[in-house]
Design a protein around this ligand. Sequence first.
Ligand SMILES: Nc1ncnc2c1ncn2[C@@H]1O[C@H](COP(=O)(O)OP(=O)(O)OP(=O)(O)O)[C@@H](O)[C@H]1O
Ligand SMILES: C[C@@](O)(CCO)CC(=O)[O-]
Ligand SMILES: [Mg+2]
Length: 334
Amino acid sequence: MRVLASAPAKIILFGEHSVVYGKPAIAAAIDLRTYVRAGFNDRGAIKIEAKDIRVPGLTVSFSEDEIYFESDYGKAAEVLSYVRQAIELVREEADANGKGVTVSITSQIPVGAGLGSSAAVAVATIGAVSKLLGLELTNEEIGKLGHKVELLVQGASSGIDPTVSAIGGFIHYEKGDFEHLPFMELPIVVGYTGSSGSTKELVAMVRRTYEEMPEVIEPVLVAMGKIVEKARDVITSDLDEELRFAQLGRLMNINHGLLDALGVSTKKLSELVYAARVAGAIGAKITGAGGGGCMYALAPENQSEVATAITIAGGTPMITRISREGLRIEEVLP
Ligand SMILES: Nc1ncnc2c1ncn2[C@@H]1O[C@H](COP(=O)(O)OP(=O)(O)OP(=O)(O)O)[C@@H](O)[C@H]1O
Ligand SMILES: C[C@@](O)(CCO)CC(=O)[O-]
Ligand SMILES: [Mg+2]
């Protein structure tokens, strides 16, 4: 038997980092996906084939008649830890420890770019392997297992990324509980800096600053939580669209300033944010953990001008849509 599953990327509209401290956040699944194919092997081993991930530390040396491959095995294992933990958790749930499982991954999501590649790969792996092992899990349960994977690998995770990747759509999230917000088409442009940041390291960096000066950082996190509540009120209000976008844009700009204050912006991210605003976006901010990765801009009138400005500033623009669907079983073959 073989199973193919897919799970989407996400953007965090408001509330990244503060959500790790129990504050609310708003996120949406977007139409970039990670695909995981799972099957059995008879070696009793976990075998992972990850086609889109570069393994750091691989060295190949050539001599007259031999080719040597040398690899930093520690780093290779670390890079695959989300997938490995996901498979181990499902094998445990299914009482199938020791069962040989092979997974093969292909992904459209840039890695370490704030678009939830870690959550999508964990959720799609859990989806494919649970189906393979005959476990009946709801998408919500799979999101919770994805959260466990992120906690095991990163040490800290709010769970918002695996939740939105598993269930899809547009959500308000707080301490493990989520609520679907009314669906709205968001005229956004995502701008990718081309560099990556590790969520594990960025979350740990914010934690260190918080522990050094809680009296300074706590009010920043509280303000971020208030931004999210205000944004939810705007999204669910019956104000006309123009007014709603104008208010959301201002809230995005304030949220970006506070993320910068936490130290998770970079020169390039801020350049893309300002380039988008100058080109007419009504709001722009980092999305995800920062330290590189992506920003997004709200541009109801002029998505293509904003995309061009992001390109001129050295970024890669992506015009994406919200994905109503989360985890999807694409194919089950006997
Ligand atoms: N296609 C993939 N195949 C295997 N592992 C992947 C894949 N995509 C992501 N990962 C794992 O996820 C890690 C990146 O996760 P990280 O949380 O740091 O960034 P992100 O999820 O892309 O961004 P954010 O958490 O800010 O939304 C990679 O180093 C790798 O371990
Ligand atoms: C930085 C963070 O808030 C969002 C990463 O997409 C981490 C998390 O919520 O687990
Ligand atoms: Mg991640």
